[in-house]
Design a protein around this ligand. Structure first.
Ligand code: PEP
Length: 253
């Protein structure tokens, strides 16, 4: 059984001062909730305070990026070891905003995945197509290329420590989520790639999230699909109440 996972990607939002009330409110709403694995990924500047606030709760900590080198003269970068040391369990890697604005290649994302695993961080690996690629009938090709780049570094015994997130770029921050059916279809395709590379059992155990304009209104329908194991949530994770409703998607409102 794959436990549902909801990860909030705060992106470049919330100062340290603004993070504190948001985390406290979230703790009040879902701090003891166990049916969903709940992860918050604040900016680096709020990781420490988040870690202090969420200890003794069921909320886990994630970062939004790392650099694949161990340490040294890489001004402005953050290593996997630093993230492990500050208390992160997860790290988002290969988000389309990093691939787009910062020219991160799939090969670089793969290096980051390797480094994360060395330091016991669970990577949430994002893949997904642009609108023009979908319209050109190339959505599966893009997802396959981005996923197979990760397969080149991922050993069979490591697959249970990674999470994939299918995030169609046209759905991110646009208010236009993929339909549950389309999202599920692509996630089934991604799972079939896992079956082909690592076998049925490994593929069945690997969690694959959907991301792109997830909100409290559409989460139930997405989670009703056979292969969607949770969500990577941007905008709706910036308010405790909306993120909590997503985390508690199973509950009657
Ligand atoms: C994201 O940043 O990964 C994301 C899915 O954002 P949003 O929920 O705002 O579309």
């Amino acid at each position: 059984m794959r436990k549902p996972l909801m990860a909030g990607n705060w992106k470049m939002n919330k100062t340290l001062t603004e993070s504190i009330p948001l985390i406290k409110e979230l703790i009040n709403l879902v701090g003891t909730y166990q049916d969903t694995e709940t992860v918050i990924c604040p900016p680096f500047t709020s990781l420490w305070v988040a870690r202090e606030l969420i200890q003794d709760t069921n909320i886990l900590l994630g970062a939004q990026n790392l650099y694949f080198q161990k340490e040294g003269a890489y001004t402005g970068e953050i290593s996997a070891r630093m993230l492990q040391n500050i208390g992160c369990s997860y790290v988002i890697l290969g988000h389309s905003e990093r691939r787009g604005y910062f020219q991160e290649s799939s090969a670089e994302v793969a290096q980051k995945v390797q480094e994360a695993l060395i330091f016991n961080l669970k990577p949430i690996i994002c893949v997904g197509e642009k609108l023009r690629e979908r319209e050109a009938g190339k959505a599966q090709d893009i997802v396959r290329e981005e996923t197979e780049a990760i397969f080149t570094v991922l050993k069979p015994a490591e697959v249970d420590r990674v999470v994939f997130a299918y995030e169609p770029i046209w759905a991110i921050g646009t208010g236009k989520a993929a339909t549950p059916r389309d999202a599920n279809e692509m996630i089934q395709y991604l799972r079939s790639l896992l079956v082909h590379k690592y076998g049925e059992r490994v593929a069945e155990d690997t969690r694959i999230l959907y991301g792109g304009s997830v909100n409290p209104e559409n989460i139930k329908a997405l989670m009703a699909e056979s292969d969607i194991d949770g969500a990577l949530v941007g905008g709706a994770s910036l308010q405790a109440e909306s993120f909590a409703r997503i985390v508690k998607f199973k509950e009657k409102e």
